[in-house]
Design a protein around this ligand. Structure first.
Ligand code: PLP
Length: 442
């Protein structure tokens, strides 16, 4: 089934049917012609907090998390470890921690956020390609659930730090299964030429090596092949590769407690048709149930984008309209500093009105920021009826939005708000100018 959210106008502009798009989103909809996020009017939000503004739906976050728990409920032992880097706001983490989520972290900073938000260190997996001895010490002292190890030298460092602390470090090896995730090259991580993981053909010897280290406890096997994957086949291929290894490890007397299949399931930004969490589970469950029966293996997953992206929008106001001979530019109060996905990955994100403009004519606009870079665009060639002062919503902005925001061009990062069934509260205040030079001196 294809999903018709987008069409091209005669001059090739992208027209997005905002109704069709929002009809397919949970907790983001039009009520009386005004966009609402989790029951809160965008008008109210803009008047209360100003723009640019990130708004998250608490109920969408919970629904997206629960979809994983329910879809994999046939297994006895499942840990959904939300990937913190997608959206690390404390309120987002606290919402998921309270719902029972574990977390996937890639830094000690993220670990600190999880603990601050009330998360349980024992349900945290620590991923990442370059962990230092001091990172490892902090994680061990906190009682981390598992290190996902990416290199033999990392095993040595973990072993040494664990020895000094008189502890045993739980580890899984992150295997690079060499499968094509069929996604953007910048977010594909499971192929031979990526920096991530331990090559499949040396994995068994790496486990043998780990087994010989006194302060290491082997608990699992891990892979993460990329992000924004829309098909299930690469996941199934990766699982098959990992199962080969699990069998071989078992034959050598190396027993594991869990298999971690990473994150990466994609979302619909415009009219993509990613597999649903349910379809993803259907494709994997027969093999996972067999692993449970044969080896008692539990499952870890590390979804980030799939939980957070469509739970958030970025609201941004048209500041200047600048028609030129070749192009029309709508200059917004958000830019690549606030939302870098279009500039960094050439991502096409939906940009929709918060209210229909019945006065202006539809024209083709490049939706851009004020940053001094030609890559500073939020959307290109969009068919929209615009006037200065209109507020647009960029959907799908709940993941890799605020967490990738910067202060480039000395711009304060936006306010973040959580909406919850008609209520709304600030979960991060807008940065002030003083915040921008904190710690600096002349
Ligand atoms: C980024 C990342 C994830 C989350 O990826 P999504 O595409 O957001 O689901 C999970 N695991 C690891 C190791 C990652 O680096």
């Amino acid at each position: 089934m294809t999903f018709h959210t987008a069409s091209q106008t005669i001059d090739g502009a992208l027209h997005i049917d905002a109704r069709t798009l929002t009809d397919a989103l949970d907790f983001i909809d039009y009520q009386d012609d005004i966009l609402h996020i989790d029951g809160v009017s965008s008008d109210t939000l803009v008047q209360t907090y100003g723009t640019p503004l990130y708004v998250y739906s608490k109920n969408a976050l919970l629904a997206n998390y629960t979809a994983y728990v329910e879809s994999f409920s046939a297994l006895n032992d499942v840990q959904i470890c939300y990937a913190v880097k997608a959206n690390s706001n404390l309120a987002v983490l606290a919402t998921l921690a309270k719902a029972g989520a574990g977390f996937d972290i890639v830094s000690v900073g993220e670990l600190s956020r999880v603990l601050k938000a009330g998360g349980d260190a024992g349900r945290v997996v620590y991923s990442g390609v370059g962990k230092t001895a001091s990172d490892i010490k902090v994680a061990l002292e906190a009682g981390i659930g598992c290190f996902n190890v990416e290199a033999l030298s990392e095993l040595d460092t973990i072993n040494a730090v664990a020895q000094t602390l008189g502890k045993t470090a739980p580890i899984a090896l992150r295997i690079n299964p060499d499968v094509d995730a069929k996604t953007h090259p910048y977010i594909s991580t499971g192929m031979k030429d990526n920096k991530f993981g331990i090559a499949h053909d040396v994995a068994v010897s790496a486990y043998e090596y780990a087994k010989g280290l006194a302060n290491i406890e082997i608990v699992g096997i891990d892979c993460h092949i990329g992000s924004q994957l829309t098909e299930v086949k690469p996941f199934v291929d990766a699982l098959d590769k990992v199962i080969e290894l699990i069998d071989e490890l078992d034959a050598r007397g190396i027993r594991l407690k869990h298999i971690d299949l990473g994150g990466g399931l994609g979302v619909r930004y415009i009219d993509e048709n990613p597999a649903s969490v349910h379809e993803f589970a259907e494709a994997l469950l027969p093999k996972l149930l067999a692993l449970q029966a044969k080896y008692g293996l539990g499952l870890h997953l590390e979804p980030g984008r799939n939980i957070a992206a469509n739970a958030g929008v970025l609201l941004t106001k048209v500041d200047v309209l600048k028609p030129t001979e070749h192009k029309n530019f709508a200059i917004m109060d958000a830019s690549m500093s606030e939302l870098i996905r279009p500039a960094l990955y050439e991502s096409v994100m939906a940009i929709i009105p918060t209210k229909p403009n019945h006065t202006a004519d539809v024209a083709t606009w490049d939706i851009v920021g004020t940053v001094c870079e030609s890559s500073d665009f939020l959307g290109k060639d969009r068919a929209l009826a615009l006037q200065v002062g209109d507020v647009l919503a960029i959907t799908g902005a709940g993941a890799y939005g605020f967490t990738m925001a910067s202060n480039y061009n000395t711009r304060p990062r936006p306010c973040e708000v959580m909406a919850d069934g008609g209520l709304h509260r600030v979960v991060r205040v807008r940065e002030t100018l003083e915040d921008l030079w904190r710690g600096e001196s002349i």
